[in-house]
Design a protein around this ligand. Sequence first.
Ligand SMILES: [Mn+2]
Length: 356
Amino acid sequence: MIKLLHGADFHLDSAFSALLPEQAAQRRQEQRRALEQLEQIGRSCDIILLSGDLFDSARIYRDTLEALKQCFRSLSAHVFISPGNHDYIAPGSPYLTEDWGENVHIFTSPEIRRIRLPELNCHVYGAAFTAAEMPELLGDFRVEDPDVMNLMVLHGDLQPHSPYNPLSPAKIAASGLDYLALGHIHSPGTQQFGSTLCAYPGCLMGRGFDECGQKGVYAVALEKGSCRTRFIPLDVRRYEIRTVEVGEDPIAAIRAALPEDASRDCYRILLTGESEPLELRDLEAQLRDDFYSLSLLDRTMPKKELWAAAAEDTLRGHFLRRLKAEYDRSDAEQQDKLVRAAKLVTALMDGREVAL
Ligand SMILES: [Mn+2]
Protein backbone atom coordinates (compact mmCIF):
# COMPACT_ATOMS: atom_id res chain seq x y z
CA MET A 1 0.00 0.00 0.00
CA ILE A 2 1.23 3.50 -0.87
CA LYS A 3 0.49 6.32 1.56
CA LEU A 4 -0.17 9.56 -0.20
CA LEU A 5 -0.79 13.11 0.92
CA HIS A 6 -2.62 15.35 -1.53
CA GLY A 7 -2.83 19.12 -1.06
CA ALA A 8 -3.49 22.08 -3.33
CA ASP A 9 -4.28 25.77 -3.50
CA PHE A 10 -2.23 26.95 -0.54
CA HIS A 11 -2.30 30.48 -2.00
CA LEU A 12 0.64 31.42 0.21
CA ASP A 13 1.25 35.15 0.61
CA SER A 14 -2.28 36.14 -0.32
CA ALA A 15 -3.04 39.83 0.06
CA PHE A 16 -5.95 39.33 2.52
CA SER A 17 -7.04 42.77 1.43
CA ALA A 18 -10.36 42.61 3.31
CA LEU A 19 -8.48 42.56 6.62
CA LEU A 20 -6.58 45.29 8.46
CA PRO A 21 -2.89 45.40 7.36
CA GLU A 22 -1.63 43.90 10.63
CA GLN A 23 -4.24 41.13 10.48
CA ALA A 24 -3.28 40.43 6.84
CA ALA A 25 0.39 40.05 7.86
CA GLN A 26 -0.69 37.79 10.72
CA ARG A 27 -2.72 35.63 8.31
CA ARG A 28 0.26 35.21 5.97
CA GLN A 29 2.27 34.14 9.01
CA GLU A 30 -0.48 31.61 9.80
CA GLN A 31 -0.28 30.23 6.27
CA ARG A 32 3.43 29.56 6.82
CA ARG A 33 2.65 27.91 10.13
CA ALA A 34 0.02 25.68 8.52
CA LEU A 35 2.92 24.17 6.57
CA GLU A 36 4.18 22.78 9.88
CA GLN A 37 0.92 20.84 10.23
CA LEU A 38 1.43 19.54 6.72
CA GLU A 39 4.92 18.46 7.67
CA GLN A 40 3.48 16.44 10.59
CA ILE A 41 0.92 14.70 8.38
CA GLY A 42 3.47 14.15 5.60
CA ARG A 43 5.94 12.34 7.85
CA SER A 44 4.15 9.02 7.50
CA CYS A 45 3.64 9.34 3.72
CA ASP A 46 5.51 7.92 0.73
CA ILE A 47 4.37 10.48 -1.81
CA ILE A 48 3.10 14.05 -1.58
CA LEU A 49 1.20 15.50 -4.52
CA LEU A 50 0.67 19.27 -4.58
CA SER A 51 -1.68 20.35 -7.34
CA GLY A 52 -0.75 23.96 -7.94
CA ASP A 53 -1.52 27.47 -6.76
CA LEU A 54 0.84 26.96 -3.83
CA PHE A 55 1.66 30.67 -4.20
CA ASP A 56 -1.02 33.29 -4.72
CA SER A 57 1.13 35.34 -7.10
CA ALA A 58 4.70 35.89 -8.25
CA ARG A 59 5.25 38.19 -5.24
CA ILE A 60 6.52 35.80 -2.61
CA TYR A 61 8.23 36.61 0.67
CA ARG A 62 11.59 35.00 1.40
CA ASP A 63 10.12 33.70 4.71
CA THR A 64 7.49 31.82 2.77
CA LEU A 65 9.96 30.16 0.41
CA GLU A 66 12.12 29.12 3.38
CA ALA A 67 9.10 27.74 5.27
CA LEU A 68 8.04 25.66 2.27
CA LYS A 69 11.56 24.41 1.62
CA GLN A 70 11.95 23.55 5.31
CA CYS A 71 8.70 21.57 5.14
CA PHE A 72 9.93 19.56 2.14
CA ARG A 73 13.43 19.09 3.58
CA SER A 74 12.08 17.51 6.73
CA LEU A 75 10.13 14.90 4.77
CA SER A 76 11.40 11.65 3.35
CA ALA A 77 8.46 11.46 0.94
CA HIS A 78 8.77 12.16 -2.78
CA VAL A 79 7.13 15.54 -3.38
CA PHE A 80 5.56 16.38 -6.76
CA ILE A 81 4.30 19.83 -7.68
CA SER A 82 2.24 20.85 -10.72
CA PRO A 83 2.10 24.66 -10.92
CA GLY A 84 -1.31 26.23 -11.51
CA ASN A 85 -2.79 29.48 -12.80
CA HIS A 86 -1.59 31.56 -9.83
CA ASP A 87 1.96 30.17 -9.69
CA TYR A 88 2.54 29.21 -13.31
CA ILE A 89 6.03 28.56 -14.62
CA ALA A 90 7.59 31.75 -16.03
CA PRO A 91 11.06 33.25 -16.04
CA GLY A 92 12.03 34.12 -12.46
CA SER A 93 9.56 31.66 -10.94
CA PRO A 94 10.88 30.32 -7.61
CA TYR A 95 10.07 26.86 -8.98
CA LEU A 96 12.96 27.47 -11.42
CA THR A 97 15.32 29.59 -9.34
CA GLU A 98 15.23 27.97 -5.87
CA ASP A 99 16.98 24.79 -4.81
CA TRP A 100 14.08 22.65 -3.61
CA GLY A 101 16.03 19.55 -2.63
CA GLU A 102 16.45 16.05 -4.00
CA ASN A 103 13.06 14.71 -2.98
CA VAL A 104 11.08 17.47 -4.74
CA HIS A 105 10.07 17.20 -8.38
CA ILE A 106 8.41 20.18 -10.01
CA PHE A 107 6.72 19.73 -13.36
CA THR A 108 7.69 22.66 -15.56
CA SER A 109 6.23 21.83 -18.96
CA PRO A 110 2.65 21.79 -20.26
CA GLU A 111 3.43 18.40 -21.83
CA ILE A 112 2.66 15.53 -19.50
CA ARG A 113 5.85 14.00 -18.12
CA ARG A 114 6.41 10.80 -16.20
CA ILE A 115 8.59 10.04 -13.16
CA ARG A 116 9.10 6.40 -12.20
CA LEU A 117 9.28 5.33 -8.58
CA PRO A 118 10.37 1.69 -8.97
CA GLU A 119 10.62 1.02 -5.22
CA LEU A 120 6.90 1.86 -4.92
CA ASN A 121 5.96 0.25 -8.25
CA CYS A 122 4.42 3.57 -9.13
CA HIS A 123 4.51 6.13 -11.92
CA VAL A 124 3.74 9.77 -11.27
CA TYR A 125 2.65 11.95 -14.17
CA GLY A 126 2.24 15.70 -14.19
CA ALA A 127 2.31 18.91 -16.17
CA ALA A 128 2.51 22.62 -15.46
CA PHE A 129 0.66 25.80 -16.25
CA THR A 130 3.07 28.09 -18.11
CA ALA A 131 0.56 30.96 -18.31
CA ALA A 132 -2.38 32.22 -16.24
CA GLU A 133 -4.77 30.46 -18.62
CA MET A 134 -4.14 27.11 -20.25
CA PRO A 135 -6.00 25.00 -22.80
CA GLU A 136 -6.68 21.34 -22.08
CA LEU A 137 -3.49 19.54 -21.00
CA LEU A 138 -4.66 15.92 -20.72
CA GLY A 139 -5.31 15.34 -24.44
CA ASP A 140 -5.53 11.64 -25.29
CA PHE A 141 -3.24 10.64 -22.47
CA ARG A 142 -2.96 6.93 -21.63
CA VAL A 143 -0.81 5.45 -18.88
CA GLU A 144 2.28 3.70 -20.24
CA ASP A 145 2.13 0.71 -17.91
CA PRO A 146 -1.34 -0.22 -16.63
CA ASP A 147 0.12 -2.74 -14.16
CA VAL A 148 1.85 -0.22 -11.92
CA MET A 149 0.14 2.35 -9.69
CA ASN A 150 -0.49 5.36 -11.94
CA LEU A 151 -0.86 8.79 -10.41
CA MET A 152 -1.16 12.22 -11.95
CA VAL A 153 -0.90 15.65 -10.36
CA LEU A 154 -2.53 18.49 -12.27
CA HIS A 155 -4.13 21.89 -11.87
CA GLY A 156 -7.37 22.06 -13.80
CA ASP A 157 -11.10 22.48 -13.94
CA LEU A 158 -13.90 19.99 -14.64
CA GLN A 159 -16.03 22.78 -16.15
CA PRO A 160 -16.13 22.11 -19.93
CA HIS A 161 -15.23 25.58 -21.22
CA SER A 162 -12.95 26.68 -18.41
CA PRO A 163 -9.85 28.71 -19.38
CA TYR A 164 -7.96 26.74 -16.70
CA ASN A 165 -7.14 23.42 -18.32
CA PRO A 166 -10.68 22.06 -18.81
CA LEU A 167 -10.83 18.35 -17.94
CA SER A 168 -13.26 15.99 -19.59
CA PRO A 169 -14.66 13.09 -17.50
CA ALA A 170 -14.60 10.82 -20.60
CA LYS A 171 -10.91 11.50 -21.20
CA ILE A 172 -10.10 10.98 -17.54
CA ALA A 173 -12.01 7.67 -17.61
CA ALA A 174 -9.98 6.61 -20.68
CA SER A 175 -6.62 7.59 -19.14
CA GLY A 176 -6.08 4.44 -17.09
CA LEU A 177 -4.94 6.55 -14.11
CA ASP A 178 -5.62 5.23 -10.62
CA TYR A 179 -5.60 8.62 -8.90
CA LEU A 180 -5.80 12.10 -10.40
CA ALA A 181 -4.72 14.69 -7.85
CA LEU A 182 -6.39 17.93 -8.90
CA GLY A 183 -6.14 21.50 -7.73
CA HIS A 184 -8.06 24.71 -8.50
CA ILE A 185 -11.40 24.19 -6.76
CA HIS A 186 -11.26 25.47 -3.19
CA SER A 187 -13.63 23.06 -1.49
CA PRO A 188 -12.85 19.36 -1.06
CA GLY A 189 -14.50 16.61 -3.06
CA THR A 190 -13.88 13.38 -4.96
CA GLN A 191 -15.39 11.89 -8.10
CA GLN A 192 -14.83 8.55 -9.82
CA PHE A 193 -14.46 8.45 -13.64
CA GLY A 194 -13.89 4.91 -14.93
CA SER A 195 -11.07 3.45 -12.85
CA THR A 196 -9.77 6.91 -11.95
CA LEU A 197 -10.48 8.55 -8.64
CA CYS A 198 -10.29 12.36 -9.05
CA ALA A 199 -9.93 14.53 -5.99
CA TYR A 200 -9.79 18.19 -5.10
CA PRO A 201 -8.56 18.64 -1.53
CA GLY A 202 -9.67 22.31 -1.49
CA CYS A 203 -7.55 25.17 -0.25
CA LEU A 204 -5.22 25.21 2.76
CA MET A 205 -7.22 27.76 4.72
CA GLY A 206 -10.16 30.05 4.10
CA ARG A 207 -9.24 33.57 3.01
CA GLY A 208 -12.68 35.08 2.72
CA PHE A 209 -16.40 34.37 2.94
CA ASP A 210 -16.30 32.58 -0.40
CA GLU A 211 -14.06 29.96 1.28
CA CYS A 212 -16.12 28.98 4.32
CA GLY A 213 -15.88 25.88 6.46
CA GLN A 214 -13.21 23.33 7.24
CA LYS A 215 -10.07 23.26 5.13
CA GLY A 216 -7.41 20.61 4.82
CA VAL A 217 -5.76 17.90 2.74
CA TYR A 218 -6.46 14.33 1.65
CA ALA A 219 -4.61 11.34 3.03
CA VAL A 220 -4.96 8.57 0.45
CA ALA A 221 -4.29 4.86 0.87
CA LEU A 222 -3.49 3.50 -2.60
CA GLU A 223 -3.67 -0.08 -3.72
CA LYS A 224 -4.19 -1.19 -7.28
CA GLY A 225 -7.97 -1.13 -7.74
CA SER A 226 -8.65 0.63 -4.45
CA CYS A 227 -7.99 4.26 -3.49
CA ARG A 228 -9.33 5.32 -0.12
CA THR A 229 -9.33 9.03 0.67
CA ARG A 230 -9.62 10.55 4.10
CA PHE A 231 -10.05 14.29 4.55
CA ILE A 232 -7.74 15.68 7.22
CA PRO A 233 -8.88 19.10 8.43
CA LEU A 234 -6.10 21.49 9.39
CA ASP A 235 -6.27 23.44 12.58
CA VAL A 236 -6.66 26.83 10.93
CA ARG A 237 -8.84 29.90 11.28
CA ARG A 238 -12.21 29.52 9.61
CA TYR A 239 -14.65 31.75 7.76
CA GLU A 240 -18.32 31.24 8.50
CA ILE A 241 -21.60 32.90 7.55
CA ARG A 242 -24.62 32.63 9.83
CA THR A 243 -28.12 34.03 9.79
CA VAL A 244 -29.44 35.11 13.18
CA GLU A 245 -32.96 36.28 14.01
CA VAL A 246 -32.41 39.16 16.39
CA GLY A 247 -35.52 38.92 18.59
CA GLU A 248 -35.60 41.29 21.57
CA ASP A 249 -31.90 41.03 22.44
CA PRO A 250 -29.58 40.91 19.41
CA ILE A 251 -26.41 40.26 21.46
CA ALA A 252 -27.98 37.29 23.23
CA ALA A 253 -29.41 35.99 19.94
CA ILE A 254 -26.02 36.16 18.21
CA ARG A 255 -24.19 34.49 21.10
CA ALA A 256 -26.83 31.76 21.31
CA ALA A 257 -26.56 30.99 17.60
CA LEU A 258 -22.79 30.47 17.56
CA PRO A 259 -20.43 27.74 18.70
CA GLU A 260 -18.93 28.14 22.15
CA ASP A 261 -15.61 29.45 20.91
CA ALA A 262 -15.61 31.48 17.73
CA SER A 263 -12.89 33.79 19.02
CA ARG A 264 -10.35 32.85 16.38
CA ASP A 265 -12.73 32.66 13.46
CA CYS A 266 -14.06 35.19 10.99
CA TYR A 267 -17.82 35.55 10.99
CA ARG A 268 -20.31 37.32 8.80
CA ILE A 269 -23.69 37.45 10.49
CA LEU A 270 -26.86 38.39 8.67
CA LEU A 271 -29.35 39.78 11.16
CA THR A 272 -32.95 39.04 10.30
CA GLY A 273 -36.42 39.30 11.84
CA GLU A 274 -38.27 42.38 13.04
CA SER A 275 -36.31 44.85 15.07
CA GLU A 276 -35.95 48.38 16.31
CA PRO A 277 -33.24 50.16 14.28
CA LEU A 278 -29.92 48.43 15.01
CA GLU A 279 -26.70 50.23 15.86
CA LEU A 280 -24.32 47.85 14.14
CA ARG A 281 -21.16 49.58 15.36
CA ASP A 282 -22.31 49.30 18.98
CA LEU A 283 -23.17 45.65 18.51
CA GLU A 284 -19.83 44.92 16.86
CA ALA A 285 -18.00 46.70 19.66
CA GLN A 286 -19.80 44.63 22.28
CA LEU A 287 -19.01 41.39 20.45
CA ARG A 288 -15.46 42.26 19.40
CA ASP A 289 -13.75 39.87 21.80
CA ASP A 290 -15.97 36.97 20.75
CA PHE A 291 -14.53 36.88 17.20
CA TYR A 292 -11.29 37.33 15.30
CA SER A 293 -13.22 39.33 12.78
CA LEU A 294 -16.92 40.08 12.68
CA SER A 295 -19.08 41.81 10.17
CA LEU A 296 -22.76 42.29 10.88
CA LEU A 297 -25.22 42.90 8.09
CA ASP A 298 -28.60 44.32 8.91
CA ARG A 299 -31.34 42.46 7.08
CA THR A 300 -34.03 43.16 9.65
CA MET A 301 -37.44 44.65 8.94
CA PRO A 302 -38.65 47.64 10.94
CA LYS A 303 -40.82 46.69 13.88
CA LYS A 304 -44.32 48.01 13.39
CA GLU A 305 -47.12 48.53 15.79
CA LEU A 306 -49.38 45.76 14.60
CA TRP A 307 -52.65 47.68 14.45
CA ALA A 308 -51.09 51.05 13.52
CA ALA A 309 -52.39 50.97 9.96
CA ALA A 310 -55.96 50.11 11.05
CA ALA A 311 -57.00 53.74 10.63
CA GLU A 312 -55.77 53.90 7.02
CA ASP A 313 -58.31 54.12 4.22
CA THR A 314 -56.61 51.30 2.37
CA LEU A 315 -57.05 47.59 1.84
CA ARG A 316 -54.59 47.06 4.66
CA GLY A 317 -56.54 49.42 6.93
CA HIS A 318 -59.85 47.76 6.11
CA PHE A 319 -58.39 44.30 6.78
CA LEU A 320 -56.78 45.33 10.08
CA ARG A 321 -59.97 47.10 11.33
CA ARG A 322 -62.01 43.91 10.80
CA LEU A 323 -59.37 41.79 12.49
CA LYS A 324 -58.96 44.22 15.39
CA ALA A 325 -62.73 44.27 16.00
CA GLU A 326 -62.73 40.50 16.22
CA TYR A 327 -59.59 40.59 18.40
CA ASP A 328 -61.36 42.87 20.90
CA ARG A 329 -64.22 40.42 21.46
CA SER A 330 -62.11 37.20 21.47
CA ASP A 331 -60.55 35.12 24.23
CA ALA A 332 -56.74 34.94 24.67
CA GLU A 333 -56.30 31.82 22.56
CA GLN A 334 -58.26 33.29 19.66
CA GLN A 335 -56.40 36.60 20.07
CA ASP A 336 -53.08 34.78 19.55
CA LYS A 337 -54.36 33.37 16.30
CA LEU A 338 -55.62 36.76 15.14
CA VAL A 339 -52.29 38.42 15.93
CA ARG A 340 -50.49 35.73 13.91
CA ALA A 341 -52.92 36.21 11.02
CA ALA A 342 -52.45 40.00 11.10
CA LYS A 343 -48.64 39.65 11.12
CA LEU A 344 -48.70 37.14 8.30
CA VAL A 345 -50.97 39.12 6.02
CA THR A 346 -49.20 42.45 6.63
CA ALA A 347 -45.86 40.75 5.93
CA LEU A 348 -47.27 39.39 2.66
CA MET A 349 -48.65 42.82 1.78
CA ASP A 350 -45.12 44.24 2.36
CA GLY A 351 -43.79 41.70 -0.11
CA ARG A 352 -41.69 40.03 2.61
CA GLU A 353 -40.67 36.43 2.69
CA VAL A 354 -42.80 34.53 5.17
CA ALA A 355 -41.80 31.36 6.96
CA LEU A 356 -44.94 29.39 7.81
MN1 LIG B 1 -6.25 27.86 -9.53
